[in-house]
Ligand binder design. Structure first.
Ligand SMILES: N=C(N)NCCCC(=O)O
Ligand SMILES: [Zn+2]
Ligand SMILES: [Zn+2]
Length: 343
């Protein structure tokens, strides 16, 4: 069956929703072309089904497929950023990486090698996990290309713990390993959305020693998203920036489908506005991890994650300078008013 696509400037866009119903056809992310169908992708969405590193509920191995299925309703124009990401740069779905579920070391090596190949070919990555173990090989690949990167880590958890059952490579430990390996710029690190009980005060002492700042979910509530965005922008400056986003950063009311849920999190509205406020930062790559569809309801978590990916796409498209201007939703009350000093 023929599925007509939205095309512009020689770029191949998503299947045209006015001609082929959104619920029909094979489910690439946002119904974008497969990477095999384009000569070059500036940005690729890459699935990494893998959850051998989890410490509690399993199931994130099904996350990438779920987020793709939840992305069918996305539309081409993002009015919050006044950009049409699919018409600005070539974005494609690169499918899933085959990661060995029985050998974490091999899976990490495969994830790193695959990511490095895309980056070497000039394709930026937005990765859909999979559990948070994957942040380590992804940071290795980005540091190989850009040097130690600034890191904004959206998560309920610190993920700078040392070991579980003596295991070094788990979803609770990627950022300690990244620090030890010199993959991250210790002047430009911040957790965002942190909350919930810890094992002890040593967790915070270690984390501070690695150079992380912490913006808790309560800070987001008290300071507000614009102030938080300003803090984050100051912290990362114009350094190459990697964003790692664990969907459990959202309150379980907004994203129940995850393996280690923590009550008291931020809303999806707050999260998207903070991400949009990173416009102008030098984003080089991003991941969305820990979507575990077995615990989801009504696609809440899949939808929340699909929109995170869409905001990452918008940021990467804007980062190229290729994005056309135009009207945008205003920051403070008016519909097409002054976008405010954030933009
Ligand atoms: N969801 C991630 N990435 N990590 C959670 C680890 C929490 C724990 O087992 O104590
Ligand atoms: Zn987490
Ligand atoms: Zn995490």
């Amino acid at each position: 069956m023929d599925h007509p696509r939205v095309e512009s400037n020689g770029l191949i866009g998503p299947v045209n929703a006015a001609l082929t119903p959104r619920y029909a056809g094979l489910g690439t992310f946002a119904r974008l072309p497969r990477i095999e169908d384009v000569s070059h992708a500036d940005v690729a969405v890459l699935g990494m089904p893998f959850d051998t590193g989890v410490s509690y509920r399993p199931g994130a191995r099904f996350g990438a497929t779920h987020v793709r299925e939840s992305s069918r309703l996305l539309r081409p124009f993002n009015p919050a950023q006044s950009t049409s990401p699919f018409a600005s740069v070539q974005i494609a779905d690169a499918g899933d990486v085959a990661l060995n579920p029985f050998d974490i070391g091999e899976a990490i090596a495969t994830a790193q090698r695959t990511a490095s190949e895309f980056l070497a070919g000039g394709t930026s990555l937005i990765t859909i996990g999979g559990d948070h173990t994957l942040a380590l090989p992804l940071l290795r690949a980005h540091a190989e290309k850009y040097g130690p990167v600034a890191l904004l880590h959206f998560d309920a958890h610190l993920d700078t713990w040392d070991t579980y059952f003596g295991a070094e490579y788990t979803h609770g430990t990627p950022f300690r390993r990244a620090f030890e390996e010199g993959l991250i710029d210790t002047d430009a690190l911040c957790h965002v959305g942190t909350r919930g009980p810890l094992y002890g005060t040593q967790d915070l002492e270690d984390d501070a020693r690695f150079g992380f700042g912490i913006v808790t979910s309560n800070d987001v509530m008290r300071l507000g998203v614009d102030a938080v965005t300003r803090l984050l922008r100051e912290r990362v400056g114009d350094r190459p920036l990697y964003v790692s986003l664990d969907i459990d950063v959202l309150d379980p009311a907004h994203a129940p489908g995850t393996g280690t849920p923590e009550p008291g999190g931020m809303t999806s509205r707050e999260l998207y506005e903070i991400l949009r406020g990173l416009r102008g930062c030098h984003l080089v790559g991003a991941d969305v991890v820990e979507v575990a569809p077995a615990y989801d309801h009504a696609e809440l978590t899949g939808l929340a994650a699909a929109h995170v990916v869409y905001e990452f796409m918008s940021l990467l498209a804007l980062g190229t300078g290729a994005a056309p201007g135009g009207p945008a939703y205003g920051a403070s009350g008016t519909v097409y008013g002054d976008p405010g000093d954030r933009r």
